[in-house]
Design a protein around this ligand. Structure first.
Ligand code: NAP
Ligand code: ZN
Ligand code: ZN
Length: 348
């Protein structure tokens, strides 16, 4: 077994603390990664605090992982020892159902997606994520990071990147389209970069005055401060697609009213309480839907796109001794725009 030190939540109410655990010995198709960097996703906080009601403890969060391959099983083809490898939100799935065969393993029809943490693998063992020294996984679920990208700033692409790239692609953000992004956080700032890179007219919605100038620099054609009176009026019925990247409960009805006929509001944010939709917001044939991360093939496509276009996350490096503070700042929407943990700061 691979002895590993990391940080775990032991309950919904206790802060993360040092924790020693084991990963399986790598099998023929597995790689063992020494983790260098792990992004802090708001989903880490939702799950560790059991805000989605699905927590399994002890929980070692982290699914925006970049590291160095330390060993490879004899059947491994994609990676060599010493290369950089990355891991996102999934480490396995059934691989045989229609969704898995279509490269949409996150929607596995047998509900057999194995998530990187807070999940059980095929043998019933709890999975542990990126807030720790190592991870072992089948190479089929590991990703390659383009060499020109800074590995720390690339880490958030593994969740915030693919979660926003996938729906923007699916709903065809591009030239001639008016696209809205709600919330300029970890996901939101990646959505903004992608929508701009795809050539869409991109409008950023924010509750933070302090982010207006940044939003323009990140690629927004327009920025709307939603704390201002009457902010929605002049944009009524004008959007093709809006991506909701907000982590907390909020009213989606004003945003639905901004959609054209047959336009779509897609949530990627997962607040802990239900969103309520007035029938009047959707009866003009407006669609409300959601999207979850993205498949492995599309994640590699997204990373390659980022390599070609030099897209990474705007990050603030942090350390394990400041983890509590970092989480508090994420909850206050006070990070520009993603924290990344440096695994060198792990104290055993
Ligand atoms: P984050 O960095 O905390 O960003 C959330 C943003 O939402 C904030 O920066 C803020 O933007 C806005 N916001 C926060 N509280 C708000 C409130 N009360 N009212 C209105 N706006 C508010 O979080 P994240 O890591 O990007 O994650 C966002 C959400 O996506 C989380 O719920 C996370 O669990 C979920 N998620 C889902 C998937 C998926 O597969 N669907 C994957 C990853 C994450 P402004 O300051 O600009 O207003
Ligand atoms: Zn995430
Ligand atoms: Zn499947």
């Amino acid at each position: 077994m691979i002895a590993t030190n990391g940080y775990a939540a032991q309950s919904a109410t206790t802060p993360l603390a040092p924790f020693a655990y084991e990963h399986r010995d790598p099998g023929p198709n597995d790689i063992l990664i020494d983790i260098q960097f792990c992004g802090i996703c708001h989903s880490d906080i939702h799950q560790a605090r059991n805000e989605w009601g699905n927590a399994i403890y002890p929980m070692v969060p982290g699914h925006e992982i970049v590291g160095v391959v330390r060993s490879v099983g004899e059947a491994v083809k994609k990676f060599k020892v010493g290369e950089i490898a990355a891991v996102g939100c999934m480490v396995d799935s059934c691989r045989t159902c229609e969704s898995c065969k279509a490269g949409e393993e996150q929607y596995c029809d047998k509900q057999a997606t194995v998530f990187t943490y807070n999940s059980k693998d095929k043998n019933g063992n709890l999975t542990f994520g990126g807030y720790g020294e190592h991870i072992v996984l089948d190479e089929a679920f590991a990703l390659t990071v383009p060499k020109n990208l800074d590995p720390a700033a690339a880490a958030p692409l593994l969740c915030a990147g693919i979660t926003t790239y996938s729906p923007l692609k699916h709903w065809k953000a591009g030239p001639g389209k008016k696209i809205g992004i709600i919330g300029l956080g970890g996901l939101g700032h990646m959505a903004l970069k992608f929508s701009h890179a795809f050539g869409a007219h991109t409008v950023q919605f924010t509750t933070s005055t302090s982010k207006i100038e940044d939003a323009k620099k990140l690629g927004a054609d327009e920025v709307i401060l939603t704390t201002e009176e009457g902010w929605a009026a002049k944009h009524a019925a004008s959007f093709d697609f809006i991506l909701d990247c907000v982590s907390a409960p909020h009213d989606v009805n004003p945003y639905l009213s901004l959609l054209k006929r047959d336009g779509t509001l897609c949530t990627v944010g997962v607040p802990e309480t239900p969103l309520s939709i007035q029938a009047f917001s959707v009866i003009a044939r407006r669609h409300f839907t959601g999207s979850m991360i993205g498949g492995i093939k599309e994640t590699q496509e997204m990373l390659d796109f980022c390599g070609e276009h030099n897209i990474v996350s705007d990050i603030e490096m942090t350390s394990f001794d400041k983890l509590d503070e970092a989480w508090t700042r994420v909850i206050k929407s006070d990070v520009k725009y993603r924290f990344v943990l440096d695994l060198k700061t792990l104290v055993e």
